[in-house]
Design a protein around this ligand. Sequence first.
Ligand code: ZN
Length: 290
Amino acid sequence: MYSAPRSILAVAVVFISGLTETVSFAQGINFIRHAADPLPVSKTVSSRVPCTNNSRTTTAAGGDADVPCDAPPVSVPSLNPCNPATLPQIGCTPATDPVHENLAAMGKPGQKILRARDRVLEILQSENACSAWFRQKDPNPAAAFQTLGFAIDRHGEEVIHVSKGAASEYFFRDPYVAKVGQDIGAFSTITLNAGGAFFRALATTVAVSKEGGLSTFEKPRLINVGPYPGDSLDARTLALLHEFGHVLNLLPQDFDNEDGRSMQNTVEVLRFCRAEVESKVRRGTLAVRR
Ligand SMILES: [Zn+2]
């Protein structure tokens, strides 16, 4: 996604690499749910004796049963109060969350991603217009989102390109904010530009001359994600919701922001999710929610 509605010119830059990830994942929904399931209590076996030789058991259903050899199979109902098939599950998280652990080990950038990720999970786990919008494509969007990994593009564009049009109008092209494959499904990766508005509030402006390509560095300008200033929690939350819209194929492709498509997609996300993105700010200032 791109960050500012003033960027009109289409550019084909880094989204090419994002396109290479567009591998469809036909079994995405079921896979997501199973992968995000907390471990059922009945499957927690800590002191089992491994089977040897021909000691595997065959169940009545005809399949191999992976059971300890020194005890008969015991049928215990699965106890899973956090079953993601039922909504909402606020407070329920899977027993393991490797993405969370990875982000926690990434220092300050990881913390920024983590806070926005937690915010998105909170939104998706609640009943609201935003989560209902995502449920059009996935019955449990929170579980799907939780499988997504994150990467930081430390070599991404970090300047605003300014160019002059034929009628002496100016065009601004901000550094991209984030990218992900289209309709890519569970366990895919959102790439965040280290020089974009997810992490930064300002970007240096570069004026490009028509004649010789000479560039002039000018003073930094503010960059943003939709209506939110760059490097803010609201901006990061909106950016992740936007990318998740691509993961679920809820938003159309906008890889080079052709015809301002990326901005249109951000407006679409805001149409359903703005109240939730801003809800914590409102609570913090004791303002009344609409
Ligand atoms: Zn987009």
